[in-house]
Structure formats: C-alpha cells, structure tokens
Design a binder for this molecule. Structure first.
Ligand code: 6PG
Length: 248
C-alpha cells in the first residue's frame, strides 16, 4: 500500500494530552469549514477513547452550524449502554446543547438494518455535495478495525455505497458503518489511539499493512493520528511528529 505523504503522527505522553491536541485540531477544522462553506460536517468515532475528547469539544465549536454524523453504530437502541450515540450524547451533544436537528443518528434499533443503512446514506448526502464529510474522527481496534470496518467482514467490499449493515462475528454483533468511500472521501481524517493494546495494530497501520484502518490512513489526503506514547511504542521514531516522544 503506498504510504500517504499527508499522514501525520502526533504522539503525546498521556491520553489527556492526546485529547487536548485532537480537540484543537477539531476546533480548527470546524472554524475553517464554517468560514469556507458555512457548515461543519463531522462524523464522530465510537468506542471508549473519544470519551476523553468529546468533553473538550463542548466549547470552541459553533455547533449551531454543524451537522453531526456517526462513523458507525452498534445494532442497539439510542439508550443502550453499547450505543455510540448514547456515549456522544452524554459527553458532547447534551452538554454542548447541539440541536437535535443537527444530529443524524443511525436508526440502529430498526429490525431492517439494510434499510437503516440506505436511509443513513440518504441523510449523509441530502442537500450536500461530495466530499460529504469535513472531518471523520476514527478509533482503532487491536485487530486494525476502524468504525465497523472489521477484518474479514462484508463491509470491506462495499465500494458502491456510503453506508452499510454488517455482521461482525468476532464481536457477536450486527453493526452499521460508513464505508471506505465515505471515510476515505472525507476532507480530513483523524484517528484517536491510546493504550499499549493498540501498539501492534498502529505499527501495522502506519507500515501500510492490509488492515482496514491502514486503507484509510493511507488514502490520498490529510490524515492525523493522535496517539499516546504507549500506542506509539511500536512506531519508528522518525515517523513521529509533534511531541517527538521516543517509544517507551
Ligand atoms: C466502535 C468504534 C470502533 C472503535 C474501536 C476502538 O463502535 O466501537 O467505532 O471502531 O473506535 O474499536 O475502540 P476503543 O476506543 O474503545 O478502544
């Protein structure tokens, strides 16, 4: 996989510092999008790592001029503890009083997830032109997945749609996810990665191994990986920007 010349890796000592750096990046992206195009279209990451970031975005973004999407969702309702929407509502959407009309939630409780995915694609593209997202926030799993693009799943082959339902046997779940065309097509992509359990996957992603997250990290366009020292411990020092921290 050809290396992405616009891939930056920002290493910080601790997750709080990673979140501070990522929050500054998001605020700048929002200000630029609103100044340039009048609107900021962001896809939020799920999982647990963004819990450190989202409270830092309550201030400093004009959420009245933003549209909030989700990179993926578990096939659960909006109040389920597993729900990425619930996590974002608790940590960002509620505290920032983001208008409900500005939040595009996956209808993940729908028994027909294929229909829910088609509806989400319609919502993503309604009244907009490509690129559909100004910023895609993503996490990284220990197996190199991102959003719900898991190794060995059908979503990896979805090239003609922007949103898909997918069975993820390794998680024992059904999920909904934006696909490579949607995520690789964002104006800007940021990964938020922390913890030693991510070090091997992050090393493989940066090296361009054939992992789902690697395909997005090496897409043509700006990508910034914000990570802590533990997650960066398998990276070659010369690949790091920012703190210039050496692997522990
Ligand atoms: C999800 C996410 C998923 C997540 C990674 C990392 O719905 O779980 O979309 O891709 O970002 O699994 O999760 P953690 O931040 O919890 O390690």
């Amino acid at each position: 996989m050809p290396a992405n010349p616009q891939l930056r890796i920002v290493v910080k000592e601790a997750l709080a510092d990673v979140a501070d750096a990522a929050a500054a990046h998001v605020r700048a992206a929002a200000a630029d999008a609103i100044a340039s195009r009048g609107r900021f279209r962001i896809a939020l990451a799920g999982g647990s790592t963004p819990r450190a970031l989202y409270p830092r975005l309550v201030e400093g973004v004009d959420w009245t001029r933003a549209t909030v999407f989700f990179g993926d969702e578990r096939a659960v309702g909006p109040t389920d503890p597993q729900s990425n929407y619930r996590m974002a509502r608790e940590t960002l959407l509620g505290p920032a009083r983001v208008p409900d009309a500005n939040v595009v939630r996956w209808r993940a409780e729908d028994p027909n997830l294929d229909a829910a995915a088609r509806d989400y694609e319609r919502a993503l593209t309604a009244g907009a032109a490509a690129p559909w997202l100004d910023l895609a926030l993503l996490g990284l799993g220990p197996d190199g997945h991102t959003a719900s693009l898991f190794p060995g799943t059908s979503a990896l082959a979805e090239e003609g749609v922007l949103a898909a339902a997918v069975d993820v046997p390794q998680m024992g779940q059904r999920r909904l996810t934006l696909t490579y065309p949607a995520l690789c097509g964002a104006r800007d992509v940021c990964f938020l990665v922390a913890g030693r359990d991510k070090a091997s996957a992050l090393g493989a992603v940066v090296d361009g191994n054939r992992l789902p997250a690697a395909r997005i990290a090496h897409r043509a366009g700006p990508v910034t990986i914000f990570c802590d020292r533990e997650a960066a411990s398998a990276l070659q020092p010369e690949r790091m920007d920012g703190a210039g921290l050496r692997p522990a």
